[in-house]
Design a protein around this ligand. Structure first.
Ligand SMILES: [Ca+2]
Length: 219
């Protein structure tokens, strides 16, 4: 074993081999529950107005294994999250729901003291090709947007995503579905896992707050 000290910041670092034995850290399916914060997962949404994504707000109602906004007993907005997917609400809403653009967010928060390079991966897929204008998936870490996948209305393909990134305690990994223009047929499967620690080079960017990290390299 050897120990490596390196700076987890914006600078590129020299290439080294991967760290053996990355372990599961989070699993959106296995960790899913009706308790906010369980295994560091939170279920919520942000209002999107005039090009700005507002603050994260937790969904307040858990019923029949689905998270909803509490207003109207969960029937005022489509905004919802279930074990394998999520549904946004749009300013141009459908089915009698209120018009308000909600980007629905499945969030994992790095626990206190966490400082690792992690591997985030998963897949997203529309549930229906019946109609609507599709939905958009975003992988964001804090305010950084790493992946956008536009799921067009007639596409049932499972699209995969993958991102290696350094995160520190309190950093937020967000799996987001936005409705595009309207929210018709926007049920979207979202499955994600996080493993780590990993060191995969080259590293040219990082959202990790500047800090020295110590990694032990298996040899
Ligand atoms: Ca849509």
């Amino acid at each position: 074993m050897r120990t490596l000290m390196w700076f987890c910041g914006l600078a590129a670092v020299a290439a080294i081999g991967p760290l053996a034995g990355a372990q599961p850290i989070a699993d959106s399916l296995a960790d899913y529950s009706g308790t906010q914060g369980y295994r560091n997962w939170y279920y919520g949404y942000s209002k999107y107005t005039s090009g700005t994504l507002g603050p994260f707000q937790q969904l307040g109602l858990f019923s029949n294994n689905v998270w909803y906004r509490a207003e109207g007993g969960g029937t005022s907005y489509w905004t919802s999250i279930w074990k394998g997917g999520q549904h946004p609400n749009a300013a141009i809403s459908t089915g009698g729901r209120l018009g308000e653009e909600n980007w629905v967010i499945r969030r994992w928060v790095a626990p206190p003291g966490f400082l690792q390079y992690i591997h985030i991966s998963g897949s997203v897929q529309k549930q229906s090709i019946t109609g609507g204008d599709g939905s958009v998936f975003h992988l964001m870490v804090n305010s950084g947007n790493y992946t956008n996948i536009f799921l067009v209305s007639n596409d049932l393909t499972a699209h995969t995503f993958s991102q290696d990134i350094c995160v520190a305690g309190g950093d937020r990994v967000d799996f987001i579905v936005d409705p595009n223009i309207n929210d018709q047929y926007d049920s979207t499967n979202v499955v994600a896992t996080i493993t780590g620690p990993i060191i995969q080079m080259p590293v040219s960017t990082s959202a990790c707050p500047g800090a020295w990290a110590t990694f032990t390299i298996a040899t």
